[in-house]
Design a protein around this ligand. Structure first.
Ligand SMILES: Cc1cc2nc3c(=O)[nH]c(=O)nc-3n(C[C@H](O)[C@H](O)[C@H](O)COP(=O)(O)OP(=O)(O)OC[C@H]3O[C@@H](n4cnc5c(N)ncnc54)[C@H](O)[C@@H]3O)c2cc1C
Length: 425
């Protein structure tokens, strides 16, 4: 087995979290190695961005490319009731006057490739088709990884610190059994794509639509480039799969339950996911979770590897970008201090936990049968701004009053204790 030169940081996974961390560390002048098991561009679900994605994207220098891209512009989120009635859209520009008030619906293959190549342009070494298979340890601290490339060659890479940004695979979390499921958010998703389906006119052309199903299931409807629409269902497993496991039958059954969805899909033709031969239906389960720890000595987690939250408010990519950015800054500071122990990442873990908990409360409220956004805003109009802050990703602030009032309508969860550095709980 060949040995390699040492890097300052190894990053497992070149998705939004890993690529952002790689770009930020490279901008700090660090020698970074990204190991990505796939060849980019590769398909990925998670296409609707939140306005606050703007800031990490600006920092790593890709915002101008986003502005000139062909990705549909997203100005709002709208909700559609079971009988097909559309809510007043939440237009982000009504809340804040900044270019970030307009965001995008992205083809993840193109978006993720842009971020990964940007990290390379900033100086990171990126090895695609190279799968990490083992964490290397010395006295309990992570000191590098073993990885296998496409040709089957195994190599060891060394660095004082490794960022695990391996997404829902959650490489180190799975191996250490750190994954703690959020018991109340055990959902499944079933999704597909349509060409030529309806788009709303004008400003609403690129809106994300959340359309309700019985028992608090819901559809997402996300307009993409090239006349493509991503459309999917999130619901309880029992609700979706009780009668049959045939995906086409389930899909047709559910589409008929929401008039807006039926009408919007009617002129369209179902197709496979962009760049994917198998399909046209895709599923995932094993829903929301958090890692028990955010870091161990020589290791820190970012993006979905740290935690995954139900996608109803499109928070995943934002949390991935933000955690990649914050983890990279924390890693840089740890390297400057010559101390990459788990404790160095306490503040990082606390910040991420706080943001995730705000979003998690909103997700719980969404699934609570007693909660309606419209009624809530009617009763507490002065809290519309706080609620919109959550919806746009302005998450790292206090929401004490908002959630005290939301708790009058919905049962909200206690913060999870997980996500602190290992050994210090
Ligand atoms: C059904 C569904 C709908 C969603 N909708 C939205 C949405 O509308 N908006 C939104 O913001 N988010 C959405 N999300 C969430 C979003 O997809 C994720 O939060 C986001 O992709 C996380 O980015 P990441 O960089 O952490 O992980 P990923 O994007 O998954 O990237 C991880 C990378 O690591 C690589 N990798 C894994 N293991 C290894 C290994 N051993 N060695 C090397 N490389 C490895 C993978 O190949 C991958 O490229 C959705 C998720 C689901 C499941």
């Amino acid at each position: 087995m060949r040995r390699n030169k040492a890097y300052d940081t190894i990053i497992i996974g070149g998705g939004p979290a890993g690529s952002t961390a790689a770009a930020v560390l490279s901008l700090h002048g660090r020698r970074v190695l990204v190991l990505e098991k796939e060849k980019f561009p590769r398909y990925h679900i998670g296409e609707s961005l939140m306005p606050y994605c703007y800031f990490p994207l600006e920092r790593i220098g890709v915002i101008e490319r986003m502005k000139t891209s062909h990705f549909p512009k997203k100005y709002s989120v709208q909700f559609v009731s079971l009988n097909g009635k559309v809510s007043q859209p939440f237009y982000f520009f009504q809340h804040f006057d900044h270019p970030a008030a307009q965001t995008w619906q992205v083809l993840r293959s193109e978006f993720d490739a842009m971020l990964l190549y940007n990290a390379r342009d900033k100086g990171a070494t990126v090895l695609e088709e190279t799968k990490v298979t083992q964490l290397l340890q010395d006295n309990g601290a992570v000191v590098g990884v073993k990885a296998v490339n496409k040709a089957g060659e195994e190599r060891a890479f060394h660095a004082p610190i490794t960022i695990d940004a391996s997404g829902r695979d959650a490489f180190s979390v799975a191996r250490n059994r750190w994954r703690v499921p959020d018991q109340k958010l055990k959902k499944v998703a079933l999704w597909t794509y349509y060409k030529g389906a309806l788009r709303d006119p004008g400003l609403d052309e690129g809106a994300t639509t959340v359309a309700f199903l019985p028992f608090k299931g819901w559809f997402w409807y996300i307009p993409l480039p090239d006349d493509l629409v991503s459309v999917g269902i999130v619901a309880d497993r029992e609700y979706l799969f009780d009668e049959t496991r045939d995906l086409a039958t389930i899909w047709q059954r559910e589409v008929q339950k929401n008039r807006w969805i039926t009408q919007h899909l009617a002129p369209g033709k179902q197709v496979c996911a962009p760049g994917v031969k198998d399909g046209p239906f895709y599923t995932t389960s094993e829903w929301s979770y958090r890692s028990k720890y955010c870091a161990a000595d020589g290791l820190v987690l970012a993006g979905d590897a740290f935690g995954f939250l139900d996608p109803v408010f499109s928070s995943g990519v934002f949390l991935a970008l933000k955690s990649g950015e914050l983890a990279a800054d924390a890693v840089h500071a740890a390297l400057v201090a010559g101390d990459v122990s788990a404790e160095r990442f306490r503040d990082y873990g606390d910040t991420m936990r706080k943001g995730i908990e705000a979003m998690r409360k909103l997700v719980y409220a969404f699934y609570d049968h007693e909660f309606s956004m419209r009624e809530f805003i009617n009763q507490y109009p002065h809290l519309r701004g706080d609620l919109t802050d959550c919806l746009i990703g302005h998450l790292f602030r206090d929401f004490d009053e908002l959630f005290a009032r939301v708790a009058e309508f919905a049962q909200l969860p206690e913060p999870l204790p997980h996500g602190r550095p290992l050994g210090l709980l």
